[in-house]
Design a protein around this ligand. Structure first.
Ligand SMILES: O=P(O)(O)OC[C@H]1O[C@H](O)[C@H](O)[C@@H](O)[C@@H]1O
Length: 575
């Protein structure tokens, strides 16, 4: 334990001031924009390539001033410095928290902390770059066809088997960077212990050209190890069926050696599974699962997009890390966004937070953020074990725009709940398309469809901010009885994040941005954003209950009456 007792944020002067403002708060985005011609400019910030407009948020200079004071009272900057320096700020697991070290460049000139950067007796930069070199060399072999399957055919499909942080990050980044994937290579991702997942993902694959990557920090996760065994059996069976595997242990071992690699911190367990530690890529206990996409856990993506693009991806993270470390709080985008989230959730009653990427390639970003934000900050005790003094952990959710517009935006626009929303988009699409015909009325022939797409982005944030008054609705000739239903209150806060294009660097920047937003909020709430004890009980019980579901009478009898009758019903229904 290296952290002191957290400051109780509610005891700070800033908190009291904010509570005073929140009492009877009536936001007025129309008025605020009218009064201050510089509002958009004043509240638009830059972090690396990300332009972030917070002006449609529910903030004023006074609110912002108190929020910044709050950040100072709990020393967000000092704790960030402690984190990147390797202090054990994950107190409940007594670990350093060093995902930022995964993207420190090879040239350490001017870096903070300075090289040699040693944590718990290990030179972190050397360890990180040695592993990267190993991953890069392996990826190049697969990409060039030098690495082949057991029958000498080059690899065409990489199947990542992992769950949680060993799945959500790689799949999200793979989807985000699809335009960078080498032709002739595909990655797939198996996570669920529902056997349908591994079945569907392997059904049409050729075993001779398939490489499995078993990705698990602990190499002890039930889902991943079960799926890895299923995949191994699939490989053996399919190779045998193709006449490409002799019925000997030796042949099966050789097949595993060419078709299975692993990523883990537990290399002994990798060997026990039958994967040659030579074909395993390590990382360290100071990388949390949900912070691990930029470690060797991303090997499937490195193979798909190549080392050069991966280097760009890491550089994107690092640029935002440096922004977080060096930018004064007043201009510091992750800090400002984290503070606004605290304002919305602790003072204005927001329970959830929508994240709405206007970029189809980012369609898994909301799911990725759910683990990052909710596993990190869904805690009710602080890092010293005392109860949290405030609500913590926003509920993150979302879907890409414009799809969400036709589904749940109704509630964001006109519902009774306050839902702050982050709108994320890029100026340049990977595939520009024109609508050559148009529809003859609203859409001109030759319309650039990305422009049309972005018009929706701008329209939604505008509608949410400024709404539509009853008089404006009436002026359209609306029947009086329907006016209330067609009115939009406005004052629904959004943050707009605009990047030049969805490059590897920008994807890294976006991830780092949210990592540091999570950090800022966790620091204010005084919680350990880097443990996840809340996932353990269910895991333990699943193992305890498994025999009952398999027909063990005594195990069934020992369950509570609800669980017992549910299992009984399941067994009755099961063929
Ligand atoms: O990478 P693994 O050790 O297999 O862990 C996979 C996932 O499962 C755990 O239960 C945690 O909830 C996640 O934080 C973790 O990412």
């Amino acid at each position: 334990m290296t952290e002191n007792a957290p400051v109780d944020p509610t005891s700070t002067e800033a908190w009291k001031q904010l509570a005073g403002i929140a009492d009877g708060f009536t936001p007025d985005l129309r008025g605020w924009f009218d009064e201050d011609a510089s509002r958009a400019e004043k509240y638009t910030f830059q972090a690396a390539d990300l332009t972030v407009d917070l002006s449609k948020g529910l903030l004023t200079d006074e609110i912002l001033g108190h929020l910044l004071e709050l950040a100072k009272s709990v020393d967000v900057a000092g704790r960030y410095q402690a984190m990147i320096s390797g202090e054990h700020i994950n107190v409940t697991e007594d670990r350093a928290v060093l995902h930022t070290a995964l993207r420190r460049p090879r040239d350490t000139t001017g870096l903070v902390p300075a090289a040699p950067f040693t944590v718990d007796g290990e030179n972190v930069d050397d360890a990180v770059h040695a592993t990267l070199d190993k991953v890069y060399a392996f990826a190049e072999k697969v990409r060039s066809g030098e690495w082949t399957g057991v029958t000498g055919k080059r690899i065409e499909t990489v199947v990542n088997i992992g769950i949680g942080g060993s799945d959500l990050g790689p799949v999200m980044v793979y989807e985000a960077l699809k335009p960078y994937v080498q032709a002739g290579l595909e990655a797939r991702f198996v996570s669920n212990i529902d056997p349908s997942d591994v079945y569907e993902k392997t059904a049409d694959l050729d075993p001779e050209t398939t490489l499995f990557i078993v990705a698990s920090k602990t190499f002890g996760t039930l889902e991943t190890l079960t799926n890895a065994r299923l995949a191994r059996e699939w490989l053996w069976k399919q190779l045998a069926a193709a006449g490409a595997l002799d019925d000997t242990d030796e042949a099966r071992k050789s097949a595993v050696a060419k078709h299975f690699v692993a990523v883990s911190t537990a290399l002994d367990k990798v060997a026990a599974f039958g994967i040659d530690p030579e074909n395993a890529f390590g990382f360290w206990d100071w990388v949390g699962g949900r912070y691990s996409v930029d470690s060797a856990i991303g090997t499937s993506v490195v193979i798909a997009i190549g080392p050069d693009n991966w280097r760009e991806f890491l550089a994107g993270f690092h640029a935002v890390d440096e922004h977080m470390r060096t930018t004064p709080l007043e201009q510091n985008v992750p800090v400002l966004m984290g503070l606004l989230n605290v304002w919305y959730s602790n003072f204005l009653g927001a329970q959830s937070h929508a994240v709405l990427p206007y970029a189809q390639y980012l369609h898994r970003f909301p799911a990725y953020l759910q683990q990052l934000t909710m596993e990190s900050n869904g805690k009710s005790v602080r890092w010293d074990g005392s109860p949290a003094t405030t609500d913590t952990g926003e509920i993150f959710w979302g879907e890409p725009g414009t799809n969400g517009q036709h589904a749940f935006y109704q509630l964001i626009h006109q519902g009774t709940r306050l839902i702050p929303a982050d709108f994320i988009t890029v100026a340049n699409p990977a595939h520009p398309l024109k609508d050559e015909t148009g529809d003859g009325s609203t859409v001109e022939a030759g319309q650039d469809v990305h422009n049309l797409f972005l018009a929706n982005f701008f329209a939604q944030t505008k509608a949410l901010a400024f709404g539509k008054t009853a008089d404006e609705v009436r002026a359209e000739g609306t029947k009086e009885s329907v006016v209330p239903a067609r009115e939009f209150s406005g004052n629904r806060p959004t943050a707009s994040i605009l990047a030049p294009a969805l490059t590897p660097s920008v994807v890294g920047q976006l991830i780092a941005l949210y990592e540091h937003i999570v950090f800022t909020e966790g620091t204010i709430w005084g919680i350990d954003s880097f443990d996840q004890w809340g996932v353990e009980l269910g895991k333990q019980l699943a193992l305890q209950i498994a025999p009952a579901v398999d027909g063990d009478e005594a195990a069934l009898e020992s369950q509570d009456s609800s669980t017992k009758s549910l299992i009984a019903k399941y067994l009755e229904l099961r063929d």
